[in-house]
Design a protein around this ligand. Structure first.
Ligand code: BGC
Ligand code: NOJ
Length: 818
């Protein structure tokens, strides 16, 4: 069952009923001012940092789930009895005669009709601005004139979203606003050390306004029936303490067929530190620099142009790669939505979605490093900066802060650093950047260690320390020590308690002294091979050779201690017992080491890879994707940790943890099995799952972190949509390994591994400033490739970068052996 449809031409998903199984959201903003918006206008906004600079208050886990947002109310002022509604359905949930929500790239448009009044509101953040626009279009479709009241409503967050939800003894007394010339300024905490404030403005003359929630709503009322709206009369309330909000009241007269446009602007502003207050010496905000911005974005032409600019911005970005393959779901995700999600994950890491509250986590080190694997193709400059920011949270030991706060870029001390896979992801991110951009200068950038301590070295040296970090931490079998956890955050093999019955949270983490990870071993082999290629190109042959020796050693260990007979083991616990082995009754086989080892090329030459992937298919494959492990843990084990705290089939305990699925796709491609690679790709492809939206429940245009596994109560039910490494890895898997269009240090490789029944496909891709037009045509079975560049045959499968200043290159690839 569907709740809407894809409008590929307009790059939109169109939701056709408001009661989607879960709120289906979109993201607004590109660089510093961001927002989340649901299909019923729920959500919130923030400046740079979802925790520290939150503009709109949002209550997670509310009932209904999605109960705060950017609301407008309409009231029929001619009706005999109070008659008002939400044109975005929430929060009044009044039945509407028509409803659509178009989630586009960087904007959301919600349109509805009730009693002959149509209302269409477009929400977006103009490029380069720290504000959002709500562009409301009203039309009277009745045969008679209509007198309407339009109310806006937004509840302000007192900036630090964590404090906002906690420190009520203080918060109830700090709220402050100003209302000047119809503009509502939210300036809580402004008088203190802060120099920032929010403003909320309206293009029309006001009949009134409200800034105190209780006055607007009325005592003991909720957002579904505000007293001010019901009565058609704003209170002119001025908040001091309690709950500051912003609401404008506009009265409109519409002749039959007449339309009106009302623009609201909600924004963030910082005044210079020495020019915060009005010169008059009052504690009033100095509005000198903000007023021109407000005036500008209340003008209809400016707003229309700003929306057109965003649409153009996205069309340009998508041009980076466009494909035409025999599969519509692959096309749609590669050409539109997967790219969009790359941007979203780049911007938000794992901080703010409808499942991530924005207060708990900032930017994740391993998360953002992996997000870059896909994002490098979109914006090399921003990718470069992110790499340097990440590396700057690395310590001299090579270990890295697991998370950092985007506003301050400082590592998070509470979470700490000993996730032993973290540093290696940096190596992969940098080499992906090098291959895409050819910008080798980044390696010489001087980057501090742990910002706080002042020492620094080149990025190249940071990468070297990443690899050394693994080598300096090998366990009894010669495998890397797992530390607090590796990629699987919930595999906590070093947790102990002297007191029986304690949960993983209260136990002592022994800093990973003994437990080992096969997965990190595979990751090391992959990262080391990449680094050796870098050393080779820099002429650092001795370093390359030293690393190669370590890599060969690690391979040998993976093939012995890491091998279980039919697949790769997962880990060894503190007591030296294997996980992911036939010896185990639960957790016999895990997906991560199969994917990572084969991606690293381990076992390709001796049948191990094939055996491991066949075992994945047999034990982990389900119609909804590949589950992370089997059989799931049925009870809690202290020495295994959080993974066993989940019920079977959920999250790390046996769900389809989507992030790992592209690894298997890539691994299958490395084995040359195109049918299987594509089959796995389509099982989790959101568009391909659109038909079962009532089962999947999350958005059909974004990957979710997990889909409940075969041992779950509701297999196929997705959760935690949007902020997941699945976006980057799926993009890499399908574009670079299945379609096989892969940046290398020396050019663009064309090595498709697609099903036998794919007779042809086309790819256009910009690479190092050159546009490649690639036509792939099957001439026989198998994956052998013969290339023609500009009509002339070339050796091998890499198309070089033209030296003669050409900006376009035409490639024909003949696939298979006739
Ligand atoms: C979640 C993991 C997540 C981790 C982050 C755990 O509770 O289950 O998926 O990676 O928290 O710290
Ligand atoms: C989500 C976390 O953000 C990511 O870092 C981790 O690898 C996965 N969960 C698996 O635990």
């Amino acid at each position: 069952m569907r709740f809407g449809f894809f409008d590929d031409l307009h790059l939109e998903y169109v939701i056709t009923r408001p009661d989607t199984p879960l709120p289906w959201i979109n993201y607004l903003g590109t660089e510093s001012y961001f927002g989340i918006i649901s299909n019923t206008a729920g959500g919130y906004s923030f400046y740079k940092d979802a925790r520290l600079r939150r503009l709109i208050r949002f209550r997670y886990n509310n009932a209904p789930l999605d109960g705060n947002g950017r609301y407008v109310y309409l009231r029929d002022d001619d009706a005999a009895q109070p008659d008002f509604w939400s044109p975005t359905w929430q929060p009044t949930r009044t039945p509407l005669d028509a409803y659509t929500c178009r989630h586009g790239l960087g904007y959301t448009r919600i349109a509805s009709q009730r009693k002959g009044i149509t209302c269409e509101t477009t929400y977006f953040v103009p490029l380069g601005q720290d504000l959002e626009v709500w562009d409301v279009h009203l039309t009277n479709q009745r045969g008679t004139a209509a007198n309407l009241s339009l109310f806006s409503a937004v509840e302000f967050c007192l900036w630090d979203a964590f404090d906002d939800a906690n420190n009520f003894q203080r918060n109830y007394s700090i709220g402050e606003v100003e209302v000047v010339d119809g503009v509502i300024y939210h300036k809580s905490e402004y008088r203190e050390r802060r120099d920032h404030f929010a403003y909320f403005a309206c293009s029309e003359p006001l009949a009134g306004y409200d800034t105190q929630r209780e006055d607007f709503l009325g005592p003991y009322r909720g957002w579904d029936a505000p007293a001010a709206v019901e009565e058609g009369k704003a209170r002119q309330s001025l908040a001091l303490g309690w709950q500051p909000m912003g609401s404008h009241h506009v009265r409109l007269h519409l002749e039959p067929g007449e339309s009106k446009r009302v623009i609201f602007v909600l924004g963030y502003h910082e005044n210079p530190e020495n020019d915060k207050f009005d010169p008059a010496g009052t504690q009033t905000i100095n509005k000198k620099t903000v007023l021109p911005v407000i005036r500008r974005f209340l003008q209809p032409d400016v707003v229309s142009q700003a929306l057109a600019d965003i649409q153009q911005y996205w069309r340009n970005l998508l041009q980076g790669m466009q494909v035409d393959t025999p599969n519509e779901h692959a096309n749609r995700m590669i050409n539109i939505w997967n790219v969009y999600q790359l941007m979203v994950t780049f911007n938000f890491s794992r901080s703010s979605s409808y499942f991530e509250s924005g207060v708990g986590r900032g930017m994740g080190f391993r998360d953002s490093a992996q997000d870059l694997l896909g994002f490098v193709q979109l914006d090399a400059q921003r990718a470069r900066q992110r790499i340097l920011d990440l590396a700057a949270t690395q310590m001299a030991s090579g270990g890295a802060y697991h998370q950092y706060q985007p506003l301050t870029k400082r590592g998070n001390h509470d979470v700490g650093s000993n996730f032993n896979d973290d540093p290696l992801w940096l190596v992969l991110a940098v080499t992906a950047y090098l291959k895409e951009s050819g910008d080798w200068s980044i390696l010489q950038e001087q980057v501090p260690f742990d910002l706080e301590h002042g020492s620094e070295d080149s990025l190249l040296a940071h990468m070297e320390r990443s690899l050394n970090y693994t080598q300096e931490r090998l366990g009894p079998h010669g495998l890397p020590l797992i530390g607090r956890a590796d990629w699987n955050d919930c595999l906590n093999l070093n947790c102990f308690s002297d007191k029986p019955g304690q949960s993983f949270q209260t136990t002592t983490n022994r800093e990973g002294k003994v437990a080992e990870s096969v997965f990190i071993g595979g990751l090391f082999v992959l990262a080391a091979a990449e680094m050796e290629a870098v050393y080779d190109r820099l002429g650092l042959t001795a370093k390359a050779a030293e690393l190669a020796a370590q890599r060969v050693n690690m391979r040998a260990v993976l093939n012995t201690a890491g091998w279980d007979g039919s697949w790769f083991r997962r880990a060894y616990d503190h007591f030296g017992n294997p996980l992911g082995s036939q010896e185990c009754t639960e957790g016999q086989i895990f997906v991560e080491p199969q994917g990572m080892c084969v991606m690293a090329g381990v076992g390709l030459e001796d049948g191990r890879a094939e055996s491991a992937l066949n075992a994945v298919r047999e034990h982990l494959g389900t119609p909804h994707g590949v589950v992370v492990l089997w059989p799931a843990f049925k009870q809690y084990y202290l020495h295994i940790g959080e993974i066993s705290s989940y019920p079977p089939g959920y999250k790390e305990n046996g769900s389809v943890f989507c992030h790992t699925n592209p690894w298997i796709q890539i691994a299958e491609a490395r084995l040359g099995r195109g049918e299987r690679a594509l089959d796995y790709y389509l099982r989790i492809n959101p568009s391909a799952r659109e038909e079962i939206s009532e089962v999947h429940r999350c958005e059909p245009y974004a990957y979710a972190q997990m889909i409940a596994g075969k041992e779950a109560v509701k297999p196929g039910e997705a959760k935690n949509s949007w902020l997941t490494g699945t976006a980057a890895w799926s993009y890499v898997a399908v574009t670079q390994w299945i379609l096989g269009i892969r940046p290398t240090f020396d050019g663009l490789k064309i090595a498709p591994v697609v099903p036998e029944d794919w007779t042809a496909f086309d790819v256009q891709r910009t690479f190092r400033g050159v546009r490649y037009f690639i036509h792939v045509e099957r001439v026989g079975a198998g994956n052998a490739v013969r290339l023609e560049v500009e009509g002339a045959p070339v050796e091998g499968d890499v198309v070089g970068i033209p030296s003669g200043g050409q900006t376009e290159v035409r490639v024909r690839a003949y696939l298979g052996t006739a």
